[in-house]
Design a protein around this ligand. Structure first.
Ligand SMILES: [Zn+2]
Length: 203
C-alpha cells in the first residue's frame, strides 16, 4: 500500500532511511529549531508545458473519507498570479514556494477531530485523521497519506541535507517533508504544514 512506483521513490526504503538518518544527524548538530525555521527551497516537479496538460492518477475520496475510485485526471496548473489570488499569503508562500510555517503556529497541529485533510490549493484528498498522531513537533503529523497516489515525494537537498519533500500530486503544492521516525505500522512521519491543508470534519 505504501510502496509507490513513482520515479522519485525508486530509491526504496533503505535510501529513505539513509536520507532520514542524514537529516536527523544534521538536525542533532544544528539544533532542530534552527534548521526547521529556515525557508527550504524545493525543486518541484516541472509544470506541464502550455497546451499539454499532464495527466496524473489520483484516488478520489468523499468528504466522509470513503474511497471512491482511482482516476486519471489533468494536473491543476495555474499561474503565480492565479495562485496568489486564490490563497492567503501564508498558504501561497508555503504551497507554491516551499516555505515552512512556524512550529505550533498552524491550525491543525493540535487538532484531533475525525475527518480528512484536503489540499488547500486543489482539494485533492491527502490525509485521514485516523493516521494522525501526536509528534510533539508543532506540525500536523501523519504516518501515511490517504492514498499513495495522491502525494508525490521529491528529493530535497537544501541546507546540505537529504530530505524528502512531499507535494500534492494533482497540483504540485508543497505540503511538508516525510521522515522515517514515525510510529507503527509504517514508521513514517509525514510532517505537514497546516497551511497546505483544509480539514473537512466528519459529520
Ligand atoms: Zn493540490
Amino acid at each position: 500500500m505504501f510502496d509507490s512506483n513513482h520515479e522519485t521513490t525508486n530509491g526504496g526504503s533503505s535510501d529513505l532511511r539513509r536520507r532520514a538518518f542524514l537529516a536527523s544527524a544534521a538536525a542533532a548538530i544544528a539544533g532542530l529549531a534552527l534548521w526547521q525555521w529556515r525557508k527550504p527551497i524545493v525543486m518541484l516537479a516541472a509544470p506541464a508545458a502550455p497546451g499539454e496538460p499532464k495527466e496524473v492518477t489520483i484516488v478520489l475520496f468523499s468528504d466522509a473519507g470513503q474511497r471512491l475510485k482511482t482516476e486519471r485526471i489533468s494536473k491543476v496548473v495555474k499561474t503565480e498570479d492565479e495562485w496568489r489570488k486564490q490563497l492567503s499569503a501564508n498558504a501561497f508562500d508555503i504551497t507554491r514556494h516551499a516555505d515552512t510555517e512556524i512550529a505550533f503556529s498552524g491550525k491543525y497541529w493540535n487538532l484531533h477531530d475525525k475527518g480528512i485533510y484536503r489540499c488547500i490549493c486543489c482539494d485533492n484528498a491527502l490525509f485521514d485523521s485516523s493516521t494522525k498522531f501526536e509528534s510533539g513537533t508543532g506540525w500536523p503529523s501523519f504516518w501515511a497519506p490517504i492514498a499513495a497516489e495522491n502525494v508525490t515525494e521529491i528529493r530535497d537537498t537544501t541546507f546540505g541535507m537529504l530530505r524528502i519533500a512531499v507535494a500534492c500530486t494533482e497540483c504540485d503544492a508543497h505540503l511538508g517533508h516525510v521522515f522515517d521516525d514515525g510510529p507503527e505500522p509504517t514508521h513514517l512521519r509525514y510532517c505537514m504544514n497546516s497551511a497546505s491543508l483544509r480539514f473537512v470534519k466528519q459529520s
